[in-house]
Design a protein around this ligand. Structure first.
Ligand SMILES: NC(=O)C1=CN([C@@H]2O[C@H](COP(=O)(O)OP(=O)(O)OC[C@H]3O[C@@H](n4cnc5c(N)ncnc54)[C@H](OP(=O)(O)O)[C@@H]3O)[C@@H](O)[C@H]2O)C=CC1
Ligand SMILES: Nc1nc2c(ncn2[C@@H]2O[C@H](COP(=O)(O)O)[C@@H](O)[C@H]2O)c(=O)[nH]1
Length: 327
């Protein structure tokens, strides 16, 4: 494939400014018939989101996707969000019990607004069958399917009924898929996003590899509607990961959903654990992300997110591992 690159290899080229203040720039995005303040969603991982954060995000018009690692609590979670008048957005896997869970939601007439099918290798019959099951049982839920890394996969999942696809296999900060299996979009996630976006007829969520706020704008430029982020959301005081003090410094744990820490066993491990610096409040990060993205929009020469989609860019260098190590 030609022109393979990643986030740090690209610089977007400024266009003439049309606003008098960055505060005029609108970062809102619509997905599944709802408008959110930012094209950003914290990763559906156990050290990134919990019920409290989900409520905060939904109340404040941010998109969220609850993780699937406390399966027995999901039905009550949907009920609770509905009782609060908030949208429900959950994750499922593809195993037998997940079929029953979807049927239980349908039989109680509990319809989550968003359901994300969250498995490592989403280009599979297992995901296609789950999309079809959800669409049959809960036709009004917006289904996000993933993860994938090729145009063929995007087309197949869209044709099966997915309303959006999630792109990114191996670019995550706590991911070791690229090292352990030799496969994935790690090291060329941005180019893979562009490749997939050209084939997509529905929204794409770019997942993994975001290391700076500027990478959000780059994802939008290369075809993402929304960006899923783990590591940048891992260090907040609200983050569910354990807080650890080391040499007088506060740190937070962040582990992969396919790590032994999540699985409770060393089987098919494709994720690791790391400690990230404590960085204060989630609200402050969201505010800073919004301001930085407003600035990106102004450099793009517009006042809406769409302006970023048309800017020119240059490829400035190349690197494979995006600063990641196995340990
Ligand atoms: N975005 C990414 O790059 C990655 C993300 N993850 C995250 O880790 C979590 C666990 O993922 P996952 O292991 O898929 O979930 P599950 O453990 O729920 O596995 C889902 C099903 O798919 C099967 N499966 C998993 N990987 C493969 C594969 N490569 N080929 C064929 N079948 C497979 C599993 O069986 P069996 O286990 O017996 O093979 C199981 O039946 C998810 O949250 C996922 O998003 C994991 C790796 C990469
Ligand atoms: N290969 C693995 N990928 C994982 C695992 N757990 C989560 N993830 C993916 O990473 C992103 C977050 O990436 P970041 O660069 O923003 O930190 C997340 O949304 C998943 O798609 C894992 O154990 N292995």
């Amino acid at each position: 494939m030609e022109n393979v690159f990643d986030y740090e290899d690209i610089q977007l080229i400024p266009a003439k400014c049309v606003v008098n203040s960055r505060s005029e720039c609108d970062t809102r995005i619509t997905l599944g018939g709802r408008t959110f303040r930012l094209p950003v969603v914290p990763a559906n991982m156990q050290t990134i989101i919990d019920e409290k954060i989900a409520v905060f995000l939904a109340e404040n018009d941010y998109f969220y996707i609850m993780h699937r690692f406390k399966p027995e609590q999901r039905l009550a979670f949907v009920k609770d969000m509905k009782a609060r008048g908030l949208f429900a957005s959950i994750s499922v896997g593809v195993k037998e019990e997940e079929y029953k869970f979807i049927e239980a939601l349908a039989s109680e007439d509990l319809v989550p607004e968003f359901i994300t099918i969250d498995i490592a290798h989403g280009h599979s019959n297992a995901v296609i069958e789950m999309i079809q099951h959800i669409k049959k049982q809960l036709p009004h839920s917006f289904v996000i399917a993933g993860n994938v890394g090729t145009p063929e996969a995007v087309r197949e999942l869209e044709n099966a009924g997915a309303d959006a696809t999630k792109v990114g296999i191996g670019p995550g900060k706590v991911c070791i898929t690229k090292i352990k299996t030799g496969f994935g979009t790690g090291g060329w996630q941005l180019a893979a996003l562009r490749w997939c976006a050209k084939a997509a007829s529905k929204p794409i969520i770019a997942d993994g590899g975001i290391r700076t706020h500027g990478d959000i704008a780059k994802s939008i430029r290369f075809g993402a509607t929304m960006v899923m982020i783990g590591s940048l959301f891992a260090g907040h005081e609200e983050s569910p990961g354990e807080t650890i003090e080391k040499d007088g410094k506060l740190l937070k744990e962040y582990f992969g959903s396919a790590s032994e820490f999540q699985k409770g066993e060393k089987k098919n491990v494709e994720g690791k654990k790391m400690l990230v610096e404590h960085k204060g409040s989630l609200v402050d990060t969201l505010k800073e992300m919004e301001q930085d993205l407003q600035s990106s929009i102004s450099y793009a020469g517009g006042n809406k997110l769409e302006a970023i989609r048309n800017v020119d860019y240059v490829i400035v260098k190349n690197s494979i591992f995006n600063g990641d190590k196995v340990f």
